[in-house]
Write a protein that binds this ligand. Structure first.
Ligand SMILES: [Zn+2]
Ligand SMILES: [Zn+2]
Length: 114
């Protein structure tokens, strides 16, 4: 009676323990894996993408706002009647035609970015 009983108990106990540990390990590693892939997918890549797209957006906006003639000042004079905002105050007076659409400039409007 003494012989097989402890053996059986320890065996089933060990088996149970192993089973539980495996379950726990699997669950833990699954969760960690999920978090890892989340971090990989979101945190570093996203911030890098964000920075890059922000910089690109910034450059685009700056290029858009830039005087198309001297490329130094912000464009602040809108041509009439076409309405293209393409020249700075220095260059606009020299423009007979809109540099964008080649329409004859009949007037200019000083614009201000609020
Ligand atoms: Zn200019
Ligand atoms: Zn124009």
């Amino acid at each position: 009676a003494i012989g097989p009983t402890p053996q059986e108990t320890s065996e089933s106990g060990a088996h149970e323990k192993t089973q539980k540990n495996q379950d726990k390990d699997a669950a833990t590693s699954n969760t960690e894996e999920k978090f890892d892939s989340l971090n990989d997918a979101l945190a570093p890549a996203m911030s890098l993408e964000d920075t890059r797209s922000l910089m690109e957006e910034n450059k685009k906006l700056r290029d858009l706002r830039m005087c198309k003639i001297c490329m130094e000042n912000d464009a602040s004079i809108a041509m009439l009647p076409c309405g293209h905002l393409c020249c700075c105050a220095d260059c606009a007076p020299a423009m007979r035609k809109c540099p964008i659409c080649r329409q004859f400039v009949k007037g200019t409007v000083r614009t201000w970015l609020a």
